[in-house]
Write a protein that binds this ligand. Structure first.
Ligand SMILES: Nc1ncnc2c1ncn2[C@@H]1O[C@H](COP(=O)(O)OP(=O)(O)O)[C@@H](O)[C@H]1O
Ligand SMILES: [Mg+2]
Length: 314
């Protein structure tokens, strides 16, 4: 099967051949391949041609995160694809292939508690260094969203509150935790073969032991999925159910404190909601599809910002 000279070259180096047409996604070529060495199916993720170094870096992050979290996978109830091989420069990585399909939107309800547990367990994977507060990440992120004040959907009062939240946040009081970074339905695979486990892929925005400067808050994954339930899937009812299940998991940790939980979760939801640059109702980016529900229907979006502002100002 001919693909492109670039990809053929990678296949040759990885000692694999494609079993179907590779999917060309935004930054990567992905797809199942046959490993010539083992005869097994593997999963290749390769950076597209003429891409920036930061994309190769994302792939490297993904491979490193998987290696880091793998030893805990079994007790987390997840299958994280191991790394079979990779190019020196991480232009491509060969992962174990996971037999499964992404959780379907219509199955969301069934998986809510399981996903809550998954987010809770991942957040507790040891960072491999002293537990610490964030080093300025939240302040930096919230400070970026002054454009919200220019949106017709946001009252002046709310815009001022957003800006004040950015100015007042004290990162040192927000505890960092291990995060996957992209807990969304397409990245969670299920199948008969996986049984009760979830196959978790695409950790390119994960937290790394070696990069404290990329630390994210411990509720980052849960806050992101909560955000998606609320504004992308437009199921605030499921979002609440998810949060209740997540909180229940977090209560098992001996240092749980309800007030701290609400504030840290609120900050994370606010950050996640404001940071959805591509889907942001506050931005009028004409290159982005307007069919995304988050751009079509500003109601839940603004509601969620208001709600998280309230949670953090208690
Ligand atoms: N190791 C794997 N085994 C089986 N399927 C995978 C594997 N990794 C990814 N996939 C499938 O391919 C899709 C795209 O891969 P992903 O790593 O999520 O790329 P992207 O960064 O483009 O979202 C996933 O949604 C999943 O369905
Ligand atoms: Mg993905």
């Amino acid at each position: 099967m001919r693909t492109s000279d670039y990809l053929d070259n990678i296949y040759e180096h990885a000692q694999v051949y494609p079993t179907q047409k590779p999917e060309r996604r935004a930054k990567f070529y992905t797809g199942p391949v046959k490993n010539i060495g083992t005869g097994e199916t593997s999963f290749l993720k390769a950076v597209v041609e003429q891409t920036s170094d930061s994309v190769a870096q994302d792939l490297q992050t993904e491979a490193t995160w998987n290696i880091q979290v793998q030893p805990f996978a079994q007790e987390l109830g997840v299958v994280i694809p191991g790394v079979e091989s990779h190019a020196h420069t991480f232009k491509w990585v060969l992962f174990n292939h996971i037999e499964g399909s992404p959780i379907a939107e219509r199955e969301l309800e069934k998986y809510i508690e399981k996903i809550a547990k998954l987010c809770a367990s991942i957040s507790q994977v040891p960072l491999g260094r002293e537990p610490n507060g964030l080093g300025g990440w939240m302040k930096n992120r919230l400070g970026r969203f002054e454009q919200a004040s220019a949106s017709e959907h946001v009252s002046r009062h709310l815009a001022e509150q957003i800006i004040r939240a950015g100015e007042s946040v004290d990162d040192s009081t927000i505890q960092a935790g291990t995060a996957h970074g992209d807990i969304n339905l397409p990245n969670m695979l299920v199948s008969d073969q996986l049984g009760d486990d979830i196959g978790l892929v695409d950790s390119e925005f994960g937290t790394l032991r070696t990069k404290p400067e990329w630390d994210k808050p411990r509720y980052h994954d849960a806050a992101y999925f909560y955000h998606l339930l609320y504004v992308q899937y437009q199921r605030p009812d499921l979002a609440e159910k998810f949060k209740v299940a997540f909180e229940k998991e977090m209560r098992l940790s001996p240092d749980f404190d309800k007030e701290t939980f609400e504030v840290e979760f609120g900050f994370s939801v606010l950050e996640r909601t404001l940071s959805m640059g591509n889907h942001h109702i506050f931005k009028r980016d004409r290159n982005k599809p307007v069919s995304d529900p988050r751009r079509l229907e500003p109601g839940p979006y603004v509601q969620l910002v208001e709600q998280s502002i309230q949670a953090i100002s208690r």
